[in-house]
Design a protein. Structure first.
Lengths: 364, 182
């Protein structure tokens, strides 16, 4: 463990507060409440009830089984599963997500929970077909909505967008609907619009503009994340790389962000997004000509004209990367990550064994 | 030693109020801290700590010593906290609040004292996304192994290590950034 980590861990062992926040008053009240509950129910008694119920169920199953065994016709009926057509829920019955107050964290005002979500679809304006959001990406939508700070993320422009889609969140209680515009990366919540986060921008680009560069980034980032979540990840903690070897065209993330900031007018588009970590609204800048996508903490290179001092660039195979640079610190099938200092800052994303894009990140 | 003291809990079907009091005396602050770190709200931490100990009280027969009792309590705390965050966030009016409003409440000054962070590092930790925050805290503060954390969070150990790695990276970056402004 490094000295910095040791210091961090020592500090975290204390607190978070200087004083005790769980007091004797708390304890007395909980004991009081427990005693009250104890009078209402006894676990021994309830377990007896469950045991009796289980006995009845076992006897019933046995009886039904015996009946089916001697009655082939009945067996057929039971063996055929009922065919149920999926229930189509009309968008006219959707429940719009409208916060009660236009401030604070949206998560505290949402009418549904993440557990309630059965599926999520996206319905483009004027179309009858809907696009199914992959299950592994539900959290992009639920987390994005949950962490939205309405006081900070409010968009300057409240004009409704003709091209906006409906994000339809299907739950057992009904379908909750959130209008979203990819052009402005905003949600319509009640009478105002709010910037969505950059993950949402990527996800919706992937769904609505599948041939775009943002969609390409979304596709491979999602694949890499799924691999990590499935535990399909190798680590090489002992490898260290000099920071200079992981610069692209001689610059690290900060260098690139400074340069792009100076050339801010040359972008193809700038889309604003709400960053829940920094609690600020920032821009995603896209430069079509050079194949660069930049946000407040990441620069992505989609073109082979940019490379590291070792010649790592888009189009190389995994074998070529390994021979020129070396093994990554973290590796899945779709992404290789290299560490600078304490953080993974240089990332390569692969498809069909070929580097599709390079990403430089800052931890924050 | 700590585990030995609580071993008898493995064999009981029902806690006495005295057992509950002892358990809260030993682990109440740990439970409250974890609930606060996950929800970042004092009021929710107060509610969650009550739910956790009431659940422990009513279901001690399900604790059979597969983990230390502290880990069992932290696991209930973590799940309860996440449920609070995911649920409709309806603020429950608990017995606590009712009593607090009836009785004389602490002065504002006393409250400020109570809620002063022990270190500036907490400002930074609480900014981490919850997925990174929880693994960092369970590892650093509660000294759980990545294997124990993986079991608690129902994740693979690889995912836990990856999140821990990312949490360390972010903390280092924050510290570096704040050092630049000092």
């Amino acid at each position: 463990m490094s000295k910095g980590t040791e210091e961090l861990y020592d500090q975290l062992k204390q607190g978070p507060f200087q004083h005790r926040t769980f007091t004797k008053d708390h304890m007395n009240r909980i004991v009081h409440e427990a005693t009250k509950q104890n009078k209402r129910s006894s676990p021994t008694k309830s377990r007896l009830v469950w045991a009796a119920a289980a006995f009845v169920i076992i006897i019933s199953i046995g009886t039904i089984y015996a009946y089916l065994k001697g009655n082939p016709a009945a067996k057929e009926v039971v063996a055929t599963p009922p065919i149920v057509s999926p229930k189509v829920q009309e968008s006219t019955s959707d429940i719009p997500v409208k916060p009660d107050k236009p401030s604070g964290q949206l998560g505290e005002q949402l009418p549904f929970t993440a557990e309630m979500v059965e599926s999520i679809t996206v319905k483009p304006s004027g179309k009858s077909t809907e696009i199914a959001v992959p299950k592994s990406r539900y959290t992009v939508i639920t987390n994005g909505l949950y962490w939205e700070d309405l006081s900070i993320a409010k968009a300057e422009n409240d004009t409704p967008d003709d091209k906006q889609v409906q994000i339809r969140i299907h739950t057992s209680k009904g379908v909750y609907s959130v209008p979203y515009s990819l052009d402005s990366n905003t949600y319509q919540l009640g009478s105002a619009r709010y910037y969505a986060d950059d993950q949402m921008l990527r996800l919706m680009s992937g769904l609505l503009e599948p041939d775009s560069d943002l969609a390409k980034v979304e596709r491979l980032s999602a694949a890499a994340q799924e691999e990590v979540d499935r535990g399909e990840m190798k680590r090489n903690d002992n490898l260290t790389y000099k920071a200079e070897r992981l610069n692209v065209d001689g610059k690290d993330t900060n260098g690139w962000l400074s340069q792009l900031g100076l050339q801010s007018k040359s972008y193809t588009f700038a889309k604003r997004y709400y960053n829940s970590l920094t609690q600020r609204v920032s821009n995603v800048l896209y430069y079509k000509e050079t194949g660069i996508i930049a946000s407040a903490s990441e620069v992505i290179f989609l073109d082979s004209k940019f490379q590291t001092p070792d010649g790592i660039k888009v189009g190389l195979t995994k074998q070529q990367v390994q021979s020129k640079l070396g093994k990554p610190n973290m590796e899945t099938d779709s992404s290789w990550d290299y560490r600078v200092g304490d953080s993974l800052k240089f990332h390569l994303y692969f498809e069909n064994n070929e580097v599709i894009f390079i990403s430089l990140t800052m931890p924050a | 030693m700590e585990q030995t003291q609580w071993e008898y809990m493995i064999h009981i079907d029902q806690m006495t109020p005295s057992d509950l009091h002892d358990l809260m005396n030993a682990f109440g602050q740990d439970v409250w801290n974890l609930a606060y770190i996950l929800t970042r709200r004092h009021d929710l931490a107060d509610d969650i700590v009550q739910d956790v100990f009431l659940k422990a009280y009513s279901s001690i027969h399900t604790f059979r010593g597969h983990s230390a009792i502290k880990t069992w309590l932290l696991s209930i705390t973590r799940n309860t906290s996440i449920n609070y965050l995911r649920s409709a966030f309806v603020r429950k009016v608990t017995l606590f609040e009712w009593i607090n409003t009836k009785e004389s409440s602490p002065s504002a000054e006393q409250k400020v004292m109570e809620y002063t962070f022990s270190s500036e590092i907490w400002d930074t930790v609480l900014k981490l996304p919850i997925k990174l925050r929880e693994v960092l805290i369970l590892h650093a503060k509660y000294e759980m192994t990545t294997k124990e954390i993986a079991a608690m969070l129902q994740l693979s150990e690889g995912t836990v290590k990856s999140r821990l790695f990312r949490a360390h990276g972010r903390m280092a970056a924050y510290r570096k950034e704040s050092a630049l402004y000092e």
